[in-house]
Design a protein around this ligand. Structure first.
Ligand code: FES
Length: 295
């Protein structure tokens, strides 16, 4: 006959280990106090894309546990707090917890972030003088038609950023400031968006984006060799751009054409079933296309 568990437990740290321990303890009948120093539970795993060695989606593993933890009647989550004094001995102790202020009413906050845009500290007490950005003529010639096309449309920020990213192959800071002025959108909100989506680039990129698939099928069929060959041919490492701004070398996971593995793309062109020896020819083709255009 199982004996009803009594007593309470303190778990310090709400990363994946702390969360799982809390769930196990709470399911076995203990009252669990889960203490976390940061404002949210989840730890590093909640910030990861994939997990080693299976490449499983980190959030797919951790998010059901976050929900279980948040809803479990035996778990009390104490975030934004630090452990102070511990008095007593194993099995019978008291702890002092220092709860840091959150500056919002936790019961009412929905995390919509509207308060950051209307912060009385930055807006009312210390009004920031607006700086109007004057773009270079050649940049203005490219940006103005984009702004004119989308200016009056609802939800225009994303398409404007996409078009600028396409036109310049990245998002120059002065142009983002210009967009912020023109649309009267806070620059921080623009950076929120452009740093969230992988499709936006904040660093200049080459005319030809060479992307090597490092998904499982391509990896086992020789993607590492292709990367080595491309690094040799282009004289750059993955993530870098050639000095003449013609080539950027990147990697990505699974283009959805594993039957062609190993695969690389050069802008929109797909090159499949490659061997290392094919790389010099492919690079040469793009280099000679560039030379013809320059001639
Ligand atoms: S793993 Fe490379 S295309 Fe799928």
């Amino acid at each position: 006959m199982s004996k009803k568990k009594v007593g309470s437990v303190l778990v310090v740290g709400a990363g994946i280990a702390g969360i799982q321990s809390s769930l196990d303890l709470a399911n076995s009948g203990f009252k669990v106090y889960l203490l976390e120093q940061t404002p949210a539970i989840g730890g590093t795993m909640a910030q990861l894309d994939k997990t080693f060695p299976t490449n499983d989606c980190a959030m797919c593993i951790v998010s059901p546990k976050l929900v279980d933890c948040g809803r479990h009647p035996n778990i009390e989550i104490i975030t934004n707090a630090e452990l102070g004094k511990v008095v007593g001995e194993a099995g019978n102790f008291k702890v002092e917890v220092k709860k840091n202020p959150r500056y919002v009413d936790e019961d009412k906050c929905t995390g919509c972030a509207a308060c950051t845009q209307n912060c009385p500290v930055s807006i009312a007490l210390y009004p920031v003088e607006k700086i109007y950005i004057k773009l270079k003529d050649e940049d203005l010639k490219k940006v103005k038609p984009i702004m004119d096309k989308y200016r009056d449309q609802k939800g225009n920020l994303l398409p404007i950023l996409q078009q600028i990213n396409k036109e310049f192959r990245y998002l120059p800071e002065d142009i983002l400031r210009y967009v912020s002025d023109e649309l009267d959108v806070h620059l921080a909100d623009i950076y929120n968006i452009v740093t969230f989506y992988n499709a936006f680039n904040l660093e200049p990129r080459g005319k030809y984006i060479v992307t090597v698939c490092i998904g499982t099928a391509c990896h086992v069929q020789g993607a590492p060799g292709l990367i080595e060959a491309l690094e040799g041919e282009l004289g750059i490492k993955v993530g870098e751009t050639t000095k003449d701004m013609n080539f950027t070398l990147e990697t990505a996971r699974c283009f959805g054409c594993c039957g062609l593995a190993p695969v690389i793309t050069v802008n929109e062109d797909v090159h499949g079933k490659l061997k290392r020896a094919d790389i010099p020819r492919i690079v040469k083709n793009y280099k000679s296309m560039e030379e013809k255009q320059d001639a």
